[in-house]
Design a protein around this ligand. Structure first.
Ligand code: PHE
Length: 340
């Protein structure tokens, strides 16, 4: 019996314990429920009574020894593994692909920051509008073609007529209703028109409309504000020209052209050889609109203007197809990087 114990001890000390698999083999072979140690313990009953105690003690100390060998080896191997898992600070990092801002968002933010710089606040309003805020308050005659199904996405017809706003002038009505002048605000936002989608037209786009109401606001103020904006946006060489136009909510009204930034006003296919690019509509707020919004036109006057963000983005980045803005093509979008 004692020889068996010694033999097992020898075998255990020579066992290769260089990885966790070997440790597990060791445990099963020596300490497992069908292991070598168990076999030796079962031999105890054949040992003569006077030797039993001695053999029992020897077997127990072997058991403790084997358990220690196993435990130590196992600890060492586990430690090695955890060392392997420790962070290697010298390894190159994983590349994280940063997203980029949408070009419309970049240009919108740029326009906003220019107007903020000259004291305009920003106002927001709902995209689903009632007839009063989108049309009636803005002096649209009942049968004006802009109310027609072709231009407007109606949600609910009838007494509580609801539609997707066709311009952000509706936000300006809400501001005028709730504010005593002076008012100096811009309303950026998405607008909807019922048009067939093509390279040059879309059923939704983005506008930034401005409104300035105070005592003695004149057309010259309007012109100077717009010139300031255009020169900040397109550069100091840019000039503007105003052409008479018509909007129900402004009188007089004008369309504003900027000197073509692409060909330096020499004539190219973007400006159709005219040297000018149309960028916005504007005018003095019609007294009827002021009255509809609870502002006394005898006391106050004001101007309004509205521009399409897509149009300005198209000029800035020379994007000729409007559809690209909403197709989510990553090859298109990843070309635009900006901090604002
Ligand atoms: N609301 C007009 C449009 O959507 C733009 C505009 C705003 C024109 C303010 C004049 C004054 O086309």
């Amino acid at each position: 019996m004692i020889e068996n114990i010694e033999e097992l001890r020898k075998e255990a000390t020579q066992f290769n314990l260089s990885n966790l698999d070997e440790c597990e083999k060791f445990r099963i072979y020596f300490l497992g429920s069908k292991g070598k140690l168990k076999d030796l313990f079962s031999l105890l009953k054949e040992v003569p009574a006077d030797k039993k105690k001695e053999m029992g003690l020897a077997l127990n100390s072997l058991k403790i020894e084997l358990e220690n060998i196993y435990q130590n080896a196992n600890n060492i191997q586990n430690k090695d593994i955890s060392q392997d898992n420790e962070i290697d600070w010298s390894r190159p990092g994983k590349k994280i692909n940063l997203g980029s801002r949408h070009p419309i968002e970049i240009v919108k933010n740029e326009i906003i920051s220019i107007f903020e710089g000259i004291g305009y606040s920003i106002s927001d309003g709902p995209e689903i509008e009632d007839d009063f805020h989108n049309f009636t308050a803005l002096n649209f005659p009942t049968n004006h073609p802009a109310r027609d199904m072709q231009d407007t996405f109606f949600i609910e017809k009838g007494v509580n007529e609801l539609a997707l706003r066709t311009h952000t002038s509706s936000v300006q009505v809400r501001v005028m209703e709730n504010t005593t002048p002076p008012i100096r605000t811009i309303s950026p936002g998405r607008v909807y028109r019922n048009e067939a989608i093509s390279a040059r037209a879309h059923c939704f786009f983005h506008q930034i409309e401005g409104l300035y109401i105070d005592k003695e606001v004149s057309f010259a103020d309007l012109k100077q504000n717009l010139l300031y904006f255009v020169q900040r946006f397109f550069g100091p060489k840019a000039t503007i020209r105003l052409r008479p136009s018509y909007f129900p909510f402004t009188e007089p009204s004008a369309e504003v052209d900027v000197s073509c930034t692409i060909c330096d006003a020499k004539g190219c296919n973007v400006c159709k050889n005219t040297g000018w690019l149309e960028i916005l509509g504007c005018g003095m707020v019609d007294p009827n609109v002021l009255i509809n919004c609870g502002i006394n036109p005898e006391e106050y006057s004001g101007f309004a203007f509205g521009m399409g963000v897509e149009r300005l983005t198209q000029l800035k980045y020379k994007v000729n197809d409007l559809r690209l803005y909403s197709e989510n093509d990553i090859r298109f979008l990843s070309q635009f990087k900006s901090v604002i």
